[in-house]
Design a protein around this ligand. Structure first.
Ligand code: MTE
Length: 347
């Protein structure tokens, strides 16, 4: 596994944690202003929008979408901060921006951890279209702008646990997956939801590589009740800024109680269906990667131990080994989804 050396990373690409933290305090202040306004205080809501707008000025430009459209910037001008309590927030130390954006799995851009940041193109198609198909009252091809128009962006600070036994703590920006699903009015036959990633051989060297074993596009899926759980999240940003391409711009899935491979990136199709969809890793190696992929320290994996994890970044002096928790610590919110199921068989 190859990790980009710190010396390879331009300082302009990094949002330092102290900048992020002061932004976060700022966003918290902003939300207090908003509450004050709602409570009838004299500050107009536009103060928040103007101040919030200043946040984007600090985006690490070289890693973001080249020229975000005005609607997109406007959407980012009012982000609701994460509450200071579980489960939408964790007080654990945030993984530095550099690690979140330079230690990635995105096989469309190559198989090494440094490949996605080196190979992915920051200027992606705009408008970005998402096909909504299957068991819904409102199928069609929608621009991302239309999908995002009715939703409110918020911050969520989640643990992310990869099946490879590393983990991170990431401040995402996005909105509940349930808010997207409701827009398209699924029929009563919709028992599963399936997602697909863009395939573009011109900009994604991984999809034409002879080493790639994946049958593209990358596919993932959830049961409908899992998808409607309030923890399931569509991310369009992180660390207060737009989502970098290597992290799945412009929109990716986050399911914090499942292994990271469920978090499909750069989504172009969402299909509602009656039967369980095929998923990329399950198709490749069903005995290693289940459809459910719930984080479970008791279910053995042939290549990585699952009862422990390495919380990144590791240093020479601190290996940061911690115990892995069932459902990645989100059991209170999701254990009921699996009542009566044998989690060792349905892994
Ligand atoms: N989505 C696509 N389209 N292609 C991928 O290779 N890798 C998955 C997931 N989503 C992957 C993907 C895996 S294995 C993990 S662990 C997470 O993305 C990593 O997300 P990150 O790179 O933002 O940390």
């Amino acid at each position: 596994m190859l990790i980009k050396k710190p010396s390879d990373i331009k300082t302009s690409e990094i949002t330092p944690e102290n900048v992020y933290k002061s932004r976060r305090e700022f966003m918290l202040d902003g939300s207090k202003l908003m509450l004050g306004t709602m409570a009838g205080a004299s500050l107009p809501a536009t103060v928040l929008a103007q101040n919030g707008g200043a946040l984007k000025a600090r985006a690490p430009a070289s890693m973001q979408r080249a020229a975000p459209a005005p609607w997109w910037a406007e959407k980012f001008s009012s982000i609701k901060p994460a509450p200071n309590s579980e489960p939408f927030f964790t007080g654990e130390t945030l993984t530095p921006y550099r690690d979140v954006t330079h230690y990635n799995n995105f096989y469309e851009y190559g198989m090494d951890k440094g490949d996605p940041s080196a190979n992915s193109n920051p200027s992606q198609p705009d408008p970005w279209s998402v096909a909504i198909t299957g068991e819904v009252a409102r199928p069609g091809t929608y621009n991302l702008e239309d999908i995002l128009k009715p939703v409110d962006l918020e911050e969520r600070i989640y643990r992310m646990r990869c099946v490879e036994a590393w983990s991170m703590v990431i401040p995402w920006i996005g909105f509940p997956l349930a808010d997207l699903i409701k827009q398209f009015e699924p029929t009563s036959n919709a028992r599963f939801i399936e997602f697909e990633t863009l395939v573009d051989p011109d900009t994604m060297p991984g999809v034409t590589s002879r080493f790639a074993m994946v049958n593209w596009p990358y596919r993932e899926g959830l049961r409908m009740d899992e998808a409607m759980n309030p923890l399931a999240f569509m991310a369009v940003g992180l660390y207060g800024n737009y989502l970098p391409s290597q992290n799945g711009a412009p929109m990716r899935l986050i399911v914090p109680w499942k292994y990271g491979f469920k978090g499909i990136k750069s989504i172009v199709r969402i299909n509602f269906r009656e039967t369980q969809p095929n998923t990329t890793w399950n198709d490749l190696q069903a005995n290693e990667y289940g459809f459910y992929a719930n984080v479970n320290p008791a279910v053995h994996h042939p290549r990585w131990r699952q009862d422990m994890e390495r919380r990144l970044p590791q240093t020479l002096f601190s290996r940061q080994h911690i115990e892995t928790q069932l459902f990645n610590g989100y059991g209170e919110q999701v254990a009921h989804l699996y009542n009566g199921m044998d989690l060792a068989r349905n892994f």
